[in-house]
Design a protein around this ligand. Structure first.
Ligand code: KG4
Ligand code: ZN
Length: 337
C-alpha cells in the first residue's frame, strides 16, 4: 500500500510517498533554515507563510520522483499534533484536500510517534518492549514502547528541550541557526573536558531532564552574569574558546541523555532502545547510546540519519500502521498544538 505523507509542524515543509510502511519511494523536505537564521530561531508567522508557498511544490516533487500515479495512492497522512498551530494547519488542510479529491482515507498523525517510528525505518525491526527517546528542538522525552502506536511516557524535560539548548548555546557562541549541526562540527575541534558544566537531575531514579541550567552556565562562562542581549551580540571569542565550549556542552548533553536512557531501560526491563528526532542525528550521541546499549544488552534502533530531522517519510510510514488498525480521521479533524 502506498501512502502520501505531509509534514509542516515547525519549519520544514515535507512530502513523501512510502510503500508498506518502510519503503521510501520519495522524501522531499523544503527547509526554512536560511529564512529563520536572521532571527536566530523559528518565527511562527514567517514559517506559516513559507509553508503556504512550499506545500504544493513539495507534493508535486514527491510525486514526480516516483513512478506512482495519483490513482495508486491509497491513503493520505499528515501531522496533526504537536507543533505550531498555524504551521500544522497547512499540511493538514492540504492532506484533507488530497484525500477528498482522491476519495481515499485520511490519517492524522502524532509527530512524536512519527519520530519514534524512525526506529522502524532502518534495517532491523526493533526489539520490544523498548525504551524510545525523542530528542528534538521541541521535545526531550522517554517512553515505554510496546508497538509503533503504543507509547507510555516515562519522563521528559522540565524546561528546555535538548535541541533547543543546542540552538540557544549556538546563538551565544555566534554559530548561527539551527545550532545542532554546526555545534557538532565545531565540537570536533574542541576539548570536551575544557569546561566543567553542570549535569542536572542526575541523582536518584528520576528520568526527567533539565537543560536550562546548562545553557545558563555556558552564558556565564562566555559573557558573564547579568548579560543583556546586546552584551551577547557584542561578545567576541577565540576559535579555541568556541570549539572547547561546544565540545564541553555537547558532552554534558550526551552524558545526561545516555544516563537517563540507561536508567529507563533498567526501570522497565526493556529489550530494545529506539532513538529519533533532530538531535538523534548527532554522531557523538549515536556512538555513546550504541556503546551503552551493547553494555546493558539491548538492541538499538537509531533512526536512519536522513530521517532524524523533520520529514514526511516517518509520517507516511507510521500511517501505514494506523491504516491497518482502522484509525482513520475525517475531514473535520483539527490540528492541535
Ligand atoms: O526533529 P527536528 O527536526 O524538529 C523538531 O521536531 O523540533 O529537530 C530539530 C532540532 C534543532 O534544535 C537542531 O539544532 C537539532 O535538532 N539538531 C541537532 C543536530 N541536527 C539537528 N542537534 C545536535 N546535533 C546535530 N547533529
Ligand atoms: Zn520533529
Amino acid at each position: 500500500m502506498k501512502i502520501l505523507g505531509l509534514e509542516s509542524s515547525c519549519d520544514d515543509t515535507a512530502c513523501a510517498v512510502v510503500e508498506g510502511g518502510v519503503q521510501v519511494l520519495s522524501n522531499i523536505v523544503s527547509s526554512q533554515d536560511e529564512l529563520h537564521e536572521q532571527f536566530g530561531g523559528v518565527v511562527p508567522e514567517v514559517a506559516c507563510r513559507a509553508h503556504i508557498q512550499n506545500v504544493l511544490p513539495v507534493i508535486e516533487e514527491a510525486m514526480k520522483q516516483t513512478n506512482v500515479r495519483w490513482n495508486d495512492i491509497e491513503a493520505v497522512a499528515a501531522t496533526r499534533r504537536p507543533g505550531l498551530i498555524g504551521a500544522l494547519l497547512i499540511c493538514l488542510t492540504a492532506a484533507k484536500s488530497v484525500s477528498w479529491a482522491l476519495d481515499v482515507p485520511l490519517l492524522a498523525v502524532n509527530h512524536l510517534d512519527a519520530h519514534i517510528y524512525g526506529g522502524w525505518m532502518g534495517e532491523d525491526e526493533p526489539e520490544l518492549p523498548a525504551v524510545s527517546m525523542v530528542v528534538s528542538g521541541g521535545h526531550t522525552s522517554l517512553y515505554h514502547t510496546r508497538g509503533p502506536l503504543d507509547h507510555e511516557l516515562l519522563g521528559s524535560t522540565v524546561d528546555d528541550a535538548a535541541g533547543e539548548a543546542f540552538d540557544k548555546v549556538a546563538k551565544i557562541l555566534h554559530l548561527g541557526f539551527p545550532g545542532g549541526p554546526v555545534m557538532e562540527r565545531v565540537a570536533k575541534e574542541g576539548n570536551p573536558e575544557a569546561f566543567d558544566l553542570p549535569r542536572a537531575m542526575m541523582d536518584g531514579k528520576d528520568i526527567n531532564f533539565s537543560f536550562s541550567g546548562l545553557k545558563t552556565a555556558v552564558l556565564y562562562h562566555a559573557v558573564g552574569q547579568n548579560a543583556s542581549m546586546e552584551d551577547i551580540q557584542n561578545a567576541s571569542y577565540t576559535d579555541k574558546f568556541v570549539a572547547d565550549m561546544a565540545a564541553s556542552f555537547q558532552k554534558a548533553v550526551v552524558d545526561v541523555l545516555v544516563a537517563k536512557t540507561r536508567l529507563a531501560i533498567e526501570q522497565v526491563g526493556a529489550a530494545g532502545l529506539i532513538v529519533g528526532g533532530g538531535v538523534a542525528a548527532n554522531s557523538s550521541l549515536r556512538e555513546r547510546l550504541s556503546e551503552m546499549a551493547e553494555k546493558v544488552g539491548v538492541q538499538v534502533n537509531l533512526t536512519p540519519w536522513p530521517l532524524c530531522r523533520d520529514n514526511a517519510a516517518m509520517v507516511a510510514g507510521l500511517a501505514h500502521h494506523m491504516y491497518e488498525k482502522g484509525d482513520f480521521a475525517d475531514l473535520t479533524v483539527e490540528a492541535t498544538p
